[in-house]
Design a protein around this ligand. Structure first.
Ligand SMILES: O=C(O)CCC(=O)C(=O)O
Ligand SMILES: [Fe+2]
Length: 183
């Protein structure tokens, strides 16, 4: 498990570097702030559900990180929003799925979009997935890297972001996310 985390950890940074370069930006932010101690691997288990399609395995959400690397088994159930519609992601245990998270959206000033996704349950099969979250330290301040376009979001620390998400989940039962930080 540790070897997997180390491997996907360096892949996540490499991908962040490529995405930053595409924006003509230096990627030192990820290098300096995303450490082995601030990133994490989550192992998900979804038991079968006799009333599938009505019960989510995981509610619709966006990830509160820079990017996520996901490995899923052959059962399927992951869905994401593309062009305003929910689509199913074909399961392929030989492939990794890369999701942009909220922090990349904020840092890229909406150039990249944090993708909304969920997991629907299966009537008879148990499903497993592993998700690696590329996260900075809580003190890291996220602000737009663009110096040509006005900032879409106010700058915030990762700690403030996580606190706001937690408050919203407790108060309203769901995460509001980036819209909380619109200028
Ligand atoms: O299990 C999956 O396919 C998705 C997991 C996920 O979105 C998450 O852990 O945030
Ligand atoms: Fe997720």
């Amino acid at each position: 498990m540790e070897a997997f985390a180390t491997k996907v950890g360096s892949l996540a940074k490499k991908l962040a570097e490529i995405l930053a370069e595409k924006l003509g930006q230096n990627w030192s932010l990820f290098q300096e702030s995303c450490l082995a101690s601030t990133c994490y691997l989550r192992l998900n288990r979804y038991p079968p559900c006799s009333i599938p399609y009505h019960i989510y395995g995981l509610m619709p959400h966006t990830d509160s990180d820079f990017l996520t690397i996901l490995h899923q088994d052959e059962v399927g159930g992951l869905q994401l929003v593309k062009d305003g519609e929910w689509i199913s992601v074909k399961p392929n245990p030989q492939a990794l799925i890369i999701n942009i998270g909220d922090l990349f959206q904020a840092w890229s000033n909406d150039f990249y979009t944090s993708v909304e996704h969920c997991v629907v349950t299966h009537p008879s099969k148990e499903r497993f997935s592993a998700a690696y979250f590329l996260c900075p330290s809580y003190e890291t301040v996220i602000e737009s890297c663009s110096n040509t376009k006005p900032s879409v979001y106010t700058k915030f620390s990762f700690r403030e972001y996580r606190q706001k998400v937690q408050e919203d989940v407790q108060r309203y039962g769901y995460k509001v996310g980036l819209p909380r930080f619109l200028v």
